[in-house]
Design a binder for this molecule. Sequence first.
Ligand code: SDX
Length: 393
Amino acid sequence: EMGLVTLDPGYGNTGSTTSKITFIDGEKGILRYRGIPIEELAEKSSFPETAYLLINGHLPTHTELDDFASELSNQAMIHEDMKRIIDACPATVHPMAILGSMCLALSSFYPNSININNKEEIDHTITLILAKMPTIAAFCYKKLLGQPYVYPNSRLSYAENLLQMMLARPSEPFVVDPDAARALDLMLILHADHEQNCSTSTVRLVGSAETNLFATIASGICALWGPLHGGANEAVVKMLQRIHEEGGDVEKYVAKAKDKSSNVRLMGFGHRVYKNFDPRARIIKASCDRVLSKMKKGDALLDIAKRLEEVALADEYFVERRLYPNVDFYSGVIYRALGIPTNMFTVMFAMGRLPGWIAHWKEMLETPGRRIGRPRQIYTGPAKRRYLPVSER
Ligand code: SDX
């Protein structure tokens, strides 16, 4: 079971038609990172450990994980001038716009290397962006709120740090809820990689031009922002809120989503690859109840989501087209329970996907005979014709 490889001639010249990172079987709902089933990683791993696995191809030893995690803590601060740039953004700027631009800015503030033969340089470049993205993301959120920034705390884990930088306020004591940190760690693991999806393919293509890693990640952020891709989690919650505000008539909404003229889609439903179920959606749905009860919270949107799934999966339109809940359908419910606002959901998706993007960038650079991505086309335009002076047009 080496995994099916779809060979795309147009894409092949970036050395990306094969990959050793993630295996997906869309028919059987199988997802494995470096051969390890997502269900096992969700239950037993941590996000830093999963990130190490994706990037280096093997689970870290105790020492390797300790060194990796402490490096991520030590490098979490960002240059004060980067904070001033975030400060200068109007509060109306979407956090994904700030996140992408600050990734580009990283290359002006920090050394980075694409010399794949120098392991130390590559590892340092990778650690820098993995360590600093949560701080940038949290600063984006504080900017939105008009609240003071909260700096990283090297005594906290990756997920704990992200939560405290987003949710703590200098005016009052703040203790990270361990259940919230575990839930966030799980969400990051589930989003960590997903083979050649739109944003990862973008990263591989942009990186193939030997663009630096920070700018390459910025291109992945731009692709992920699309509502048909990573932006879907934000769109799902807006859809659930609209149904709730309109009285919770799920059947009416499902009918609209079937009507092509309505231009309405059931956001969080369907997938290019999974045609029976998205294993990540199953894990997230199962943890929704657990997270909400542990955090002593309820969420009317979860009940609507469950009813929406029930009605859609009983409807032949969705069953015939093999449309099932994907990773985005329930993820917003958990983020809301953690106190994360809708316009930060896609930022959280980017936080999770970061190690996957990095792993694919590294694999592409390591591919022997790799050349710049240059897909070809089939020309369907007009045959050769002469230029017409404007008087004859
Ligand atoms: C992610 O690639 C990845 O791995 C992505 C991702 C990752 O981890 O990186 O998994 C993350 O992007 C998940 C997908 C998030 N997007 C959404 O939830 C947006 C809603 N979903 C759809 O837009 C759609 O399902 C896609 C884009 C996800 C997949 O589209 P497909 O498989 O190409 O399906 P299609 O567009 O060819 O549609 C097939 C039929 C069409 O109807 P007919 O023309 O055959 O009559 O299904 C219909 C579509 O109209 N359809 C939907 C629908 N999705 C497809 N109808 C209503 N609601 C939907 N959500």
